[in-house]
Design a protein around this ligand. Structure first.
Ligand SMILES: [Fe+2]
Ligand SMILES: [Fe+2]
Length: 289
């Protein structure tokens, strides 16, 4: 499959650097051993991470999200299987930083292996394996700021729980009063399925996997970066009781996403047969992207 080369919005900052910096920042920010008083201390954010959030928060308008959904959610861009998507992600990293020792595919395997070690159900382990495959958006030409980062609802007031909240001052939606009330275009406890989330790899992989995975797994895929909610309890007023029940799984999953990373490279050859069986159990050889 021929894909365009990765879009790189910030000159001098590679796609891989941005992904890595953002993920390291998130890991530090949500470190369970971190003292309360340090929690909103953003000094650990590198200039690259700050610039990433400045772009994300100032450009992620409701119109942008709706346009991206119209563009991508017909899922008519390509057909490929999970393993091909993994290889494409690997290529993204290799292109931009051949010296890196841990890649996106390692992160996927490490997350899934941590779930497996804890005896999680097979669908949960599979969610671990595929949760970040939506990052292939980078290979479809999407800029980093529209692929990764904490997610949040658009179309209503931005919560103070969102990291770098101040960067929303530059977002054109800040000038639209109907989008700036607590509920905005939504109603009290309308349910998250009716809420448009900021565009990124979470929403995309949710739709790609929707026909095949159980609902609990789909919640994990769709909301794993919704830190303002699953870590900081913001936006409860948009959730219905079903969301609240399902978020049990989103919260359970987060520990594996954040803390499974070690410098030990997974032995792909040894573990791949288990995952080939697992993928084949739930997914066809190729799916629509
Ligand atoms: Fe992710
Ligand atoms: Fe992840």
């Amino acid at each position: 499959m021929n894909l365009p080369s990765p879009a790189n919005p910030t000159p001098g900052v590679s796609a891989h650097d941005t992904l890595e910096q953002w993920e390291e920042f998130v890991r530090q920010r949500y470190d369970p051993n971190r003292k309360k008083e340090d929690f909103r201390n953003y000094e650990t954010a590198t200039p690259g991470v700050r610039e990433f959030y400045r772009l994300n928060h100032s450009l992620m308008t409701r119109d942008f999200v709706l346009a991206r959904k119209r563009k991508y959610l017909p899922l008519d861009k390509m057909r490929m299987g999970v393993w091909e998507a993994m290889e494409q992600l690997e290529a993204l990293v290799d292109d931009s930083d051949p010296d890196t020792d841990l890649s996106q595919i390692d992160h996927n395997f490490q997350t899934a292996e941590a779930c497996r070690r804890d005896g999680r159900p097979r669908w949960f382990i599979l969610a671990g394996l595929v949760h970040d495959l939506g990052k292939v958006l980078c290979l479809l030409g999407e800029p980093q700021w529209a692929v990764v980062g904490d997610t949040f609802p658009v179309g209503c007031a931005w919560s103070d729980k969102i990291v770098f909240r101040e960067f929303f001052d530059g977002n054109p939606d800040a000038q639209v009063p109907e989008l700036q009330s607590r509920l905005g275009v939504y109603s009290e406890r309308c349910g998250l399925d009716r809420v448009d989330m900021s565009w990124g790899h979470d929403e995309y992989i949710y739709h790609v996997m929707k026909p095949y995975l159980p609902e609990e797994a789909l919640y994990i895929l769709r909301y794993h970066s919704f830190y303002p909610c699953h870590k900081e309890n913001g936006y409860q007023y948009l959730m219905n009781p079903h969301d609240e029940r399902m978020f049990h799984w989103v919260k359970e999953f987060n520990q594996y996403d954040l803390y499974s990373k070690s410098n030990e490279k997974p032995d792909h050859t040894a573990i791949r047969p288990f995952y080939e069986d697992l993928v084949a159990e739930f997914l066809p050889a190729a799916v629509n992207w």
